[in-house]
Design a protein around this ligand. Structure first.
Ligand code: AGP
Length: 604
């Protein structure tokens, strides 16, 4: 998730911008930059890596008079983390910073290049400043040019723009990505992506709403809404606790990351959904040429998303797919053939076992693909191609939004391959794309559901263990639900295929055995239901999760009735994540930093 700051005032603008960016480091980034306009002098600085590199570059730079300034920390989604791709992006006499994704940047960029504009970066963001300066040539004033530019771009954005043609002004626009403006008694104006950087500097803040745009000077804040009607800023008092601000008011980063899955998945989908095709402009067109098998390799939660993917690839892409646990694959002297596409899945891109298998595959001459959340990570640098999941930084050790975005990417990839292999009709692909568009809504946390899970969690604090059971693609989801519980509650749990329970585990059935049963309506419902009835008949304590009422369960969690099993998958995923979180809270564990665990296992 990128971070944005802005400042208008007479204090040390450089320091204010750098301090503000430091407060946004928790959002994760791979490069940063600032631009300051003092009178007629524009200065800009950018650096790859941590903020100390940017501080080093700006140490001789003095800002001791009235200035407007903008700053940015970048989490790469389009284009590698390089200085050229770092924000702010420059036109001829304007700078822009942006958080989000410009969905129509390809066509805008092509039109601008055809008109002779030279682009320096690979980013989508750069189109904003060039489009603004193009409009400036034919507009009455800078604000009109900015207003027109915002009407021309599509996607998600929080934008700050400064220009020599209005030296004391910052133009802003917000749609889909957060941003706010803060004020204080000294008539200064502060912008930021979240309130953390403003704590201690501002007394009151106005959170922009989707569609808001306008400009701010030392003396005024002018806001227009999505209907271009001017509106007054609505100020609220600023929270004073930085850590809780970073958690946006949630109790834990994990909770925040569960709640933000809806917006984050929208980012993952952005720019990749055509009418009846998936658009991965980051993939070489020939990646799947000659590929007869896909081998997926990962650890932990990433292994579970890989296992989920195998069902989608074989069902929709009609491509033989195998899944490996990286630490096993490394040492079993595996046979690999060159018609296999080797895919590593990793949130961090640094997991040692997974990275080693990627090296083995490259050594064996296979084509490789990384599904990863961190650009410029070891796996991204090594793989032939990468699809970024765009989940933003995941602070909770127990993975949630990373898993969700991995499965989304795999669902899209299965359709992408299906198109190229003609294993699905365009009509069918279009139907799946319509379903993908519904996922953000299906993972939105329902407060009533969360309250119910909070109450229910008190019943599951002991017992001699949990089984999470599901069939088909709900089996890897059951594995993931069990891992979530183990990781943060330290209670024993295992995921099992529903149909396997009668081959041994059912011997454990008694009231102290808790079974969390996933019962999707649209996939093998009757079979899964009879497996659960076998357990219930032996007095197991059953918690059923389904859209369909299930009388034989001791506890029943009803999800919405969706039209497709993949929407049931994502809603059940949220239920499992929240149930584990609430059990862990009751047990008094450190939800974000569970004992014995690290966020990225970079050693064997
Ligand atoms: C999952 O909640 C854990 N954080 C862990 O299993 C994790 O998925 C695993 O270590 C793999 O990490 P990676 O995705 O960064 O490779």
């Amino acid at each position: 998730m990128c971070g944005i700051v802005g400042y208008i005032g007479t204090k040390n603008t450089k320091e204010i911008l750098l301090e503000g960016l430091k407060e946004l480091e928790y959002r994760g980034y791979d490069s940063a930059g600032i631009a300051v306009l003092q009178g007629d002098d524009f200065s800009d600085f950018k650096a790859v890596g941590k903020l100390v590199n940017l501080e080093e570059k700006t140490k001789e730079f003095i800002t001791d008079k009235f200035a407007v300034g903008i700053g940015h920390t970048r989490w790469a989604t389009h284009g590698k983390p390089t200085e050229l791709n770092a924000h702010p992006h420059l036109g001829e006499s304007s700078y822009v910073v942006h958080n989000g994704i410009i969905e129509n940047y390809v066509e805008l960029k092509r039109e601008l290049q055809d008109s002779g504009i030279t682009f320096l970066s690979q980013t989508d963001t750069e189109v904003i400043v060039h489009q603004f300066e193009k409009n400036l040539k034919t507009s009455e004033n800078a604000f009109e040019a900015f207003q027109q530019t915002i009407q021309e771009i599509k996607g998600a954005y929080a934008v700050l723009l400064v220009t020599k043609s209005e030296p004391g002004t910052i133009f802003f626009a917000k749609y889909g990505s957060p941003m706010l403006v803060g004020i204080n008694a000294e008539n200064e104006k502060y912008f930021a992506s979240s309130d953390t950087p403003l704590i201690g500097s501002c007394s009151d803040v106005n959170y922009f709403e989707d569609g808001d745009y306008g400009y701010v000077t030392a003396d005024e804040i002018i806001i227009f809404d999505k209907d271009s009607q001017q509106k007054e800023p609505v100020f609220s008092k600023l929270s004073t606790n930085k850590l809780s601000a970073q958690k946006d008011g949630y109790r834990f980063f994990m909770e925040k990351e569960i709640y933000e899955q809806s917006t984050v998945i929208a980012d993952t989908l952005l720019g990749r959904l055509g009418e009846d095709e998936i658009l991965f402009d980051e993939l070489p067109g020939d990646l799947f040429d000659g590929v007869n098998e896909i081998k997926l390799c990962a650890c932990g939660t990433s292994y579970h998303s890989a296992l989920s993917a195998s069902y989608l690839f074989e069902r929709y892409s009609k491509t033989r797919t195998s899944v490996e646990i990286a630490s096993e694959f490394r040492y079993r002297e595996p046979l690999m053939s060159k018609d296999t596409l080797f895919v590593v899945i990793s949130q961090s891109g640094e997991t040692a076992d997974t990275l080693e298998t990627l090296k083995m595959a490259k050594q064996a001459g296979l084509k490789t693909l990384a599904i990863c959340n961190v650009d410029n990570s070891s796996m991204v640098r090594l793989a032939d191609a990468t699809i970024l999941t765009r989940a933003g930084i995941e602070k909770g050790v127990a993975s949630t939004k990373a898993f969700a975005t991995q499965v989304i990417v795999f669902w899209m990839l299965s359709l992408y391959v299906a198109k190229s292999k003609n294993s699905l009709s365009s009509q069918k692909i279009a139907e799946h794309i319509a379903l993908l568009r519904e996922v953000p809504a299906s993972v939105k946390v329902d407060d009533e559901m969360h309250e119910k899970l909070k109450r229910l969690s008190k019943r599951y604090l002991h017992g001699h263990g949990f089984f999470f059971i599901g069939r088909d693609i709900f089996f890897p989801l059951a594995l993931e639900g069990a891992l979530k519980l183990k990781e943060i509650s330290y209670l024993h749990a295992e995921g099992y295929p529903s149909g396997e329970m009668k081959h041994g585990p059912i011997a454990l059935a008694d009231p102290e055995l808790f079974t969390i049963a996933l019962l999707p309506k649209h996939l093998h419902y009757e079979k899964a239901k009879s497996n659960v009835e076998e357990l219930s008949a032996r007095d197991s304590t059953i918690c059923a999760i389904s859209a369909e009422e299930f009388s034989k369960a001791d506890d029943f969690i009803q999800i919405a009735s969706h039209e497709h099993y993949m929407l049931e998958f994502f809603e059940m995923m949220v239920v499992l994540q929240l149930l584990s979180l609430e059990i862990s809270v009751r047990l008094g564990n450190d939800v974000d930093m569970p004992r014995n665990l690290a966020k990225s296992v970079t050693v064997e």
